[in-house]
Write a protein that binds this ligand. Structure first.
Ligand SMILES: *[C@@H]1O[C@H](CO)[C@@H](O)[C@H](O)[C@H]1NC(C)=O
Ligand SMILES: *[C@@H]1O[C@H](CO)[C@@H](O)[C@H](O)[C@H]1NC(C)=O
Ligand SMILES: *[C@@H]1O[C@H](CO)[C@@H](O)[C@H](O)[C@H]1NC(C)=O
Ligand SMILES: *[C@@H]1O[C@H](CO)[C@@H](O)[C@H](O)[C@H]1NC(C)=O
Length: 256
């Protein structure tokens, strides 16, 4: 009898303590009661603006603009070397999911989306372009319209010491194109001659696919890695039960 009372109390305390600690789900997160592409796509569309603004109670900072904490160096044709620093990526809030699907048996989510991005920062450039020797630096701005991204995220659910299930991102990969249009602008490109600067810019812009690949690639790598880190924080804050009303089969769970 004593045992029974005691365990009842223990369960009660555990339950009370557990639910007291759950961080309430933000109102822009709409869990899907069914595993359809329509529901996941709509839920992602609803969630993006709120997540991008940041969720302080989950330790998620604002993501638009996203500040880059590292320098990016690239080699452009004709022995040109360009370094980009103090960069920021503007536009994660413009991302529109075209289709989000879940392959539950493979524990994979696939996000197809498109975004308009502006990348701003400081550049330095050395090398030869056309007839000119360049050794300059200034402000860089690159606009990419309708960049398509396909992101595949492999995840599992892990139960913690409190018995709560949480999503954990196992791995991810992505593919992206370079958008439907791209425009690069560099200030102070050729000191003293606006005309030569414009010419050089034109050459760079006519190689825009290459510029996008060299320039945009590492920045997108960074942005997606950052977004995945943020998503993991989100999953660490909210439990599987909060995020999904659909019970899991045992094979989905991993005890830690
Ligand atoms: C980035 O480049 C700038 C300018 O060249 C330099 O001052 C800074 O130390 C570099 N930062 C890192 C993290 O390498
Ligand atoms: C990107 O910009 C174009 C032109 O301003 C606009 O038509 C399009 O809807 C935008 N796309 C996104 C994903 O914001
Ligand atoms: C590049 O930026 C400068 C400074 O903001 C601006 O004056 C110039 O018109 C821009 N050039 C192009 C080709 O957009
Ligand atoms: C994401 O997290 C990992 C592990 O903590 C870290 O090494 C990496 O630098 C982070 N990525 C970004 C873009 O901040």
């Amino acid at each position: 009898m004593l045992d029974f009372k005691y365990s009842f109390l223990l369960v009660f305390c555990f339950w009370w303590h557990g639910s007291f600690e759950l961080v309430p789900l933000p109102d822009f997160i709409h869990p899907c009661a069914e595993l359809t592409d329509e529901c996941f796509t709509k839920a992602t569309l609803d969630a993006i603006p709120g997540i991008v603004k940041g969720i302080p109670e989950a330790g998620i900072p604002s993501l638009d603009p996203l500040y880059l904490d590292r320098n990016i160096s690239m080699d452009l044709p004709g022995n040109l070397k360009m370094t980009f620093h103090n960069g920021k990526l503007i536009g994660l809030s413009t991302c529109i999911p075209d289709k989000v699907s879940s392959r539950r048996e493979k524990r994979t989510f696939i996000f197809d989306m498109h975004c308009n991005f502006t990348i701003k920062g400081h550049y330095s450039l050395q090398g030869r372009l056309l007839l000119f020797n360049l050794d300059t630096d200034g402000n860089a701005k690159i606009k990419i319209w309708n960049q398509r991204i396909r992101l595949e995220v492999l995840e599992k659910v892990v139960t913690n010491a409190k018995g709560e299930g949480h999503y954990k991102i196992n791995s991810y990969k992505y593919k992206a194109d370079y958008g439907t249009d791209l425009k690069l602008n560099l200030t102070n490109l050729f000191r003293g001659s606006a005309e030569i600067s414009a010419n050089v810019l034109q050459v760079l812009n006519s190689n825009s696919q290459l510029v996008a690949q060299e320039f945009g690639g590492p920045i997108l790598d960074y942005a997606i890695d950052y977004a995945m880190n943020v998503t993991q924080k989100f999953f660490d804050t909210y439990t599987y039960d909060q995020l999904s009303p659909i019970p899991l089969t045992d094979d989905f769970f991993v005890k830690e």
